[in-house]
Design a protein around this ligand. Sequence first.
Ligand code: ADP
Ligand code: MG
Length: 380
Amino acid sequence: MKLDTRAIRYLTAEDWRVLTAVEMGSKNHEVVPTPLISQISGLRGASGVNRCISNLAKVGLIAKVKNAKYDGYRLTYGGLDYLALNTFIKRKSIYSIGNQVGVGKESDIYVVADESGKQVILKIHRLGRISFRTVKANRDYLRNRNSASWMYMSRLAAMKEFAFMRILKDNGFPVPTPLDQARHCVLMELIDSYPLRQVTSIADPPKLYADLMALILRFASQGLIHGDFNEFNILVNEETQQPVVIDFPQMVSIDHANAKEYFDRDVQCIKTFFERKFKFISDDEGPNWEDVKRTGKLDIEVEASGFSKKQAKELDKYLQQITQLDQREGDEASQGVSTDDDDEQEQSDNVEEEEEEEGHSNLSQNNRDEMKNEAETPRA
Ligand code: ADP
Ligand code: MG
């Protein structure tokens, strides 16, 4: 889903209030009934609320849902994006939105600029995307879960990523500097490097290989396993050949039940890539799980940083389910079972895919003042 920020400057203070009300109502309503939206928004007069609702629905920030019992609205990913962006704008973390630089399985990555014009990375977590694309067989399973879960889980992923990046950065690990986090979005330093997968000139593959294996062991010595340590999540600077590691929602403790499996998988990913790409096979068959010596406990310390153990468990469970659904989908696809596009349509946001605008779309001063004057908007 593309991020279309064109409407952001046209939203009135009332529109923002109503959008926030839909978000708040979503916490315990699958479909938020119109009277509840009106009540939470605190706006007087049904006609005003209805006008806002129709404005928001027109630009795809909320979507009308006909429930068996009543009609109402749900927040779309676009709506959640706007709320997060609005928060960043108010905090002066973002000034303008630039081009999309990456589409991951579970995220969209944009270059944005802050007040001073400095470019930074906006990572928008989109956890529901994968599971909602699954085959019919998964539908009953998915139906049982709260549709607000994609918002909640995406937010947990962003919170987790931000917490881990901060503690890793503070402890001297080569990761982008985390800058801000709101809802399902993380702002971080833009690294002027490409994923290892794309870098054409690696001067000394054995050296980089050794650096990366040392890094896996260093993570582990601090109690952590990356869990997705591969050529897409390691950015390598072509000049310095220094690696920077990204993408942390799946990071686990070395005390996790599957820790050894994740550790071995991270090691194997690097081995496989270096063998395939550089025909390099190390004489040293390690590192092995037995080589891990704990000297620190960042896995414990991170729990004090605003991302609790309970939240970690919830996210972990969800990510594991997604992986299982993915595998099942893969199996069924290879057996010729078709995926159910209707289901995807039903679950995905009602935002039309638009041509991407070139360059930065500035959030006008007008709009920014309006947002500033809006301190009393109910906050989630
Ligand atoms: P996903 O979880 O979707 O895999 P990633 O965090 O791995 O998301 O980011 C996807 C891609 O976006 C990366 O492979 C990289 O090309 C780019 N990217 C992400 N973060 C940065 C960053 N801080 N600096 C530069 N490029 C980045
Ligand atoms: Mg990645």
